[in-house]
Structures are given as structure tokens and as C-alpha cells.
Design a protein around this ligand. Structure first.
Ligand code: MG
Length: 478
């Protein structure tokens, strides 16, 4: 080969080499879900986490590097709601895609289920897990259930192949001889209780395997259980519902996290949950499942404010758990699915009730058509195929009353009421209070007097909606 030919040939070889390398690495350069498999779903659901309690949602002293990364790689939702402002009805809403007063899981008599409750999520309801089972998914519930502790109501009766966790809140089954700050109302209490104070069991499927639960180690054990299930089912589609029972008080953190956060024990708890999220996402990456898995992170209701520094923060949102103000029902939410969920901040509206129709659309499962669903398919919005959410409204129920409605940026309060001894007192409004949530997310400036036409429209929407709620057997009874 003479010098002239070599001069011509080397770039050609270089070009061919580059094309070959590009073809070799193309799948990893442009990640995409494998068309031959259905996506996996993981829902990580906290308890009483406030809108302002994550680093990526503005908390100045709680470190959440894994959730921050998840939000940067995925979609951070700033207008994402739950179906109720306390544990039991909120969980029913997520798993059924329906407002909890359609299933009897919301009541004025008792706001949540207790260890002496006889009721639970009725068998006539259809859960996300049951729907995904119809299209071949492996399903696991890990963590706090709180939809009925009797065998006929447990996760294994509602479409989950397996369950590991506590059946109700971590402050139930209280034992005598310990100060109960909830009852005495000591708001400055350092609410970190001895393990023996709450005789809460851990169930594996339907059997009690530990009692009282060692609550210091629960967060890590939940994470480990979720990861083990993911590994076991790596070759088939799976759904993991991971419902942490924290940061609901009393607060417990594992050894590695105690005393580490600048925010104190509450921060330790959040930082341990964040570390668990990191372990789960790392597992998905290691197993080459990241591009096949939609992960959703959110919480069941807002912060439990009477516990002061041991409760969380709604950030700039008003009030917290138990109320129909934004702090009670708008949650810090992240959707993550590399190559599928378009990264960014999502300011459109969504709700936990939308997960059921969204998962159905993505998996090919058929959502029930014989009942009213309150959810919408968010998949096109998540994937950047549209910029507008199918959800333009939120209904804020508290027990048997519709307290407020949001349509677009407008929110009308027909009834306002604080909770847990923290005002305002209950007040029914002849003229609803009206807030523009995009201009005034803190619900500070009532502008009802300037917008009678908006109030009229919201009144009509609320009335039509009320008509759609039919009486059912109430499950939240003794
Ligand atoms: Mg809760």
C-alpha cells in the first residue's frame, strides 16, 4: 500500500469503525422500554410526608440526594393530590382509582380503621394489583396496609401474591403505662417511643411473625423485602406497592441514620427512606430493568402538625393532615422511568387515583367499566405526548361532606376546618372562600368577592359531583 492509498483508506476505516461502535452502543445511548415486555410498576408511598419535606421540594436541612436525582431524571409533580387527608381513605383511593366514599372507606364515625375495626376494603372493589394479575404480573405489598387487618381484607385477599408489613398505623395497639402524647396533647413532646409502647404486629401474608415490631429497623427491612421481590421477579412484569409507615409518628430510624440529619429525628427518618429509594433504583439499574420500570414516589396525606418538630412541613402550603387545605392533600410526587417519562417539572394536575388507569393503559389491563372511576390516564402526559393533563379538577371530601373543589387554578371552600386542635374552627360558607392556587398556593387571599361567576361555575360542578356519590355500606365502624 502506497502512502497515497493509506491516506485515503484510514479515514474510511475510521468511519466504518465509528458506525460499528455506534450500532453496538445504540441501545444504551437511546434507552427504550423493550417492546416485548410489559413495564414494571413500583409505588413508594410514605405516611404523613409533607409537601415541604424533601430536598427537591425545597427543604433547607433534610438531605434527599436519591430523591433529588430521581426528580432530576424523572418528572417532579407540583400539583399532585391524594383522595383523602388521612391514612385509610387515602390508601383506598390509590389502590381502587376511586374516591373512598364510593367504597365505604370514608366515615364521620371513624376517620381511619383501628385494631378493633370489623371492616376493610370490600371484596367488591378492584385493586391495581388484581387488574395487573389479569395480565400476568407478580404483585407484592410491603409496609403499612391500613385497609383492614382481618384476613378477608389483607393484601393477599386483594390481588397481592405476597405481603410483608404492619396492618395499620405504627401508633396503634398502644400499651398501658406509657405517656400518650396524642391524648394528653403535649405538643412539645419528643415523640420517639419505646418499642414496647405499641404492640404492632408484623404480618407475612396473613400470619403474625413478630410482635411488637422492632420499628427501628422497619424502613430498611421494607426496602430489603422490596429489593428481594424485584430480584426474584426480574424476568417477568411485577408490581410492588411499598408503603412506608413513616414519617407518621412515633418516629424511629435505623442505627446508621440516627443523629445524622440537621433536621433532627424527623430528618433522620426521611433520609433513611431516601437511602432506600436509592437502593431500589440502583437495583433496577444493576438488573438492567430501569428502562422497563415506572417508579412513583408520593405520600398518603400531609404533615401531622400537632407534633411540631416531630411532624413534617407542608412547605408553602396551608395546614396539614386531616384538612382539606392544600397542605393536607397535595403531596410531593415524582415519576421516574428512564427513556419513557420525559424529565422536567410537571405543573399539571394529577392524583393517586390516576395510577390505576395509567397502569392499565401501560400494561394492557382493562380497567373496570361497571363502576365510576375517579382517575385518569396520565401516560401521555408522562411521556411528553401531550402537555395537558386529563385531570382538571380535584374534589376535597372530608368524611361525608364535600368541603372544597378545585377546577383549573380556582379552588372554592364550601366548608373550612382545621384538625387535631389546630384551627380554624369549622365554618360553612354561604359564599365559598375562593383562591387562585397558581397565584396563591398558600390559600391566603380570598378573592370570592371579585369572581361570582367562577363561584357559580364551581358550585354547579360540585353539585353534579355530589349527585354521583351513592350511599354504600360504611366500613369504618367498630
Ligand atoms: Mg397518613
Amino acid at each position: 500500500m502506497n502512502c497515497r492509498n493509506a491516506h485515503v483508506t484510514r479515514p474510511a476505516i475510521h468511519f466504518v469503525g465509528c458506525v460499528a461502535l455506534l450500532l453496538l452502543y445504540w441501545p444504551s445511548l437511546c434507552p427504550a422500554a423493550r417492546p416485548d415486555r410489559k413495564p414494571n410498576f413500583i409505588v413508594i408511598f410514605c405516611d404523613d410526608l409533607g409537601y415541604g419535606d424533601l430536598g427537591c421540594f425545597g427543604h433547607p436541612t433534610i438531605r434527599t440526594p436519591n430523591l433529588d436525582r430521581m426528580a432530576a431524571e424523572g418528572q417532579k409533580w407540583t400539583n399532585f393530590y391524594v383522595g383523602a387527608s388521612v391514612c385509610t381513605p387515602s390508601r383506598a383511593a390509590l389502590l381502587t382509582g376511586r374516591l373512598p366514599n364510593r367504597s365505604g372507606m370514608m366515615s364521620a364515625e371513624r376517620r381511619v380503621l383501628f385494631p378493633n375495626s370489623k371492616g376493610g376494603l370490600p371484596a367488591s372493589e378492584t385493586t391495581i394489583a388484581e387488574l395487573l394479575k389479569t395480565v400476568g404480573y407478580a404483585t407484592a405489598a410491603v409496609g403499612k396496609w391500613h385497609l383492614g387487618h382481618l384476613p378477608q381484607f389483607l393484601p393477599t385477599a386483594h390481588g397481592f401474591d405476597t405481603y410483608w408489613g404492619i396492618p395499620y398505623s405504627n401508633d396503634m395497639d398502644g400499651q398501658k403505662g406509657f405517656p400518650n402524647y396524642q391524648k394528653t396533647g403535649r405538643k412539645d413532646a419528643h415523640y420517639v417511643a419505646p418499642i414496647a409502647q405499641y404492640d404492632v404486629p408484623i404480618l407475612h401474608d396473613t400470619e403474625v411473625i413478630e410482635r411488637p415490631a422492632n420499628q427501628h429497623t422497619l424502613t430498611q427491612r421494607y426496602t430489603d423485602k422490596a429489593i428481594a421481590f424485584i430480584k426474584e421477579n426480574r424476568d417477568r412484569p411485577f408490581f410492588v406497592y411499598l408503603a412506608h409507615n413513616l414519617p407518621h409518628i412515633p418516629l424511629y430510624a435505623g442505627e446508621r441514620h440516627v443523629g445524622k440529619s440537621r433536621r433532627g429525628i424527623f430528618g433522620d427518618v426521611i433520609e433513611e427512606i431516601d437511602a432506600g429509594v436509592g437502593q431500589i433504583l440502583d437495583t433496577l439499574r444493576d438488573l438492567d430493568l430501569a428502562e422497563d420500570t415506572l417508579v412513583v414516589f408520593t405520600s398518603d396525606n400531609g404533615p401531622w402538625l400537632p407534633f411540631h418538630t416531630h411532624g413534617g412541613s407542608g412547605g408553602l402550603l396551608r395546614h396539614g393532615k386531616g384538612t382539606t387545605f392544600e397542605g393536607g392533600m397535595r403531596e410531593p410526587t415524582i415519576f421516574w422511568w428512564p427513556g419513557q417519562v420525559k424529565p422536567g417539572v410537571q405543573m399539571e394536575m394529577g392524583a393517586t387515583m390516576d395510577l390505576l388507569p395509567t397502569f392499565c393503559a401501560l400494561s394492557g389491563a382493562v380497567a373496570p367499566t361497571d363502576r365510576i372511576l375517579d382517575g385518569y390516564n396520565l401516560a401521555p402526559l408522562l411521556q411528553g405526548k401531550t402537555r395537558t393533563s386529563p385531570r382538571d379538577r380535584v374534589f376535597y371530601w372530608r368524611e361525608e361532606k364535600l368541603y372544597a373543589v378545585r377546577v383549573g387554578p380556582w379552588k372554592a371552600h364550601f366548608i373550612t376546618e382545621g384538625c387535631y386542635g389546630d384551627g380554624p374552627d369549622r365554618q360553612e360558607h354561604d359564599t365559598p372562600e375562593l383562591y387562585h392556587l397558581e397565584h396563591d398556593p398558600s390559600e391566603k387571599y380570598n378573592i370570592a368577592a371579585h369572581h361570582p361567576e367562577v363561584i357559580e361555575k364551581l358550585r354547579q360542578i360540585a353539585e353534579t359531583h355530589r349527585q354521583s356519590i351513592k350511599p354504600v355500606e360504611i366500613q369504618l365502624i367498630k
